[in-house]
Design a binder for this molecule. Structure first.
Ligand SMILES: NC(=O)c1ccc[n+]([C@@H]2O[C@H](COP(=O)([O-])OP(=O)(O)OC[C@H]3O[C@@H](n4cnc5c(N)ncnc54)[C@H](OP(=O)(O)O)[C@@H]3O)[C@@H](O)[C@H]2O)c1
Length: 254
């Protein structure tokens, strides 16, 4: 592969849990200098301590302009520059369309779409210097219709679409833009949104097993593996990389 992870400076938003956390462990284990952020300071601190000296926890909210500036600055200082921005932070919001609130919709677009776009702009001068990369997260929700999940699906559709446009825009500046599209992975995203408890989330995810070609949901580390690839792949830009065990295929045994 084109690049080595050893010494690579990476900023992972939403690094305190789930897929973001798995990215922190996978990348630091290979020698990358990873700054991770999230709103719950204890959560990211615990992950950073487990990951060791290659990780730095910087509490912050991606919807705050001041926090976005602080997290970029911290990553540049810790890593001696910034090579890869991994936009993992996101939230779930779902409900019947006639019950959605303006505030709820604005919140989810703010954290899931607007914040990663603004962070990308802020990181750009540093990414240019390193001929770096931006990674967004789409979702199988853009491929399979989950009734009631229109707000979340709409935000993920936006990210998948802007991946191509930004790749075209930033390619001439030497910066790659990619998107990972995971399928079902048991994390805390639904529980944080107050939609279900841990046991219900686990049962729901297990019930999705047969809908996967591989027959099971994935793990956060299996998704992080594709982030590791995209961080290093010099000729990969503008594409959405599906990593979903075949959930998006719509396997039908009629
Ligand atoms: N799990 C799946 O099945 C799945 C499938 C497709 C796509 N994805 C995508 O994968 C990515 C990771 O999700 P996940 O499943 O790993 O969920 P997760 O465990 O809930 O991780 C999301 C993280 O984002 C952080 N976060 C949320 N809002 C934030 C904000 N305003 N500022 C800073 N941090 C914020 C949360 O921490 P704090 O609350 O402490 O801030 C949390 O640690 C997301 O983009 C998600 O849409 C997941």
């Amino acid at each position: 592969m084109g690049r080595r992870l050893e010494g690579m400076s990476v900023l992972v938003t939403g690094g305190g849990s789930g897929i973001g956390e798995a990215c922190v462990h996978r990348l630091t284990a290979k020698g990358a200098k990873v700054t991770l952020t999230g709103r719950r300071a204890e959560k990211i601190q615990t992950v950073a301590e487990k990951a060791g000296p290659n990780a730095l926890a910087v509490p912050g909210d991606v919807t705050s302009a001041a926090d976005r500036a602080a997290m970029i600055e911290a990553a540049v200082e810790f890593g001696g520059g910034l090579e890869v921005l991994v936009n993992s932070a996101a939230n779930m919001y779902r409900g019947p369309v006639d019950e959605l609130t303006e505030e709820g919709l604005q919140d989810i677009f703010s954290s899931n779409v607007i914040a990663p776009m603004l962070l990308t702009g802020l990181a750009l001068p540093h990414l240019r210097e390193r001929a770096g990369a931006v990674i967004f997260f789409g979702s199988v929700h853009t491929q399979r219709a989950f009734p009631g999940a229109s707000p979340y699906a709409a935000t993920k559709g936006a990210l998948e679409t802007l991946t191509g446009v930004l790749a075209a825009e930033l390619g001439p500046q030497g910066v790659r833009v990619s998107c990972v599209r995971p399928g079902g992975v048991l994390t805390e995203i639904n529980q944080r949104a107050g939609l279900m408890d841990d046991a219900t989330a686990a049962a729901r995810m297990a019930s999705l097993g047969p809908a996967h070609a591989i027959g099971r949901p994935g793990t956060a580390d299996e998704v992080a593996e594709s982030v590791e690839y995209l961080a290093q792949a010099e000729w990969h830009t503008g594409a959405v990389l599906t990593i979903d065990g075949g959930l998006g295929l719509g396997v039908t045994n009629a």
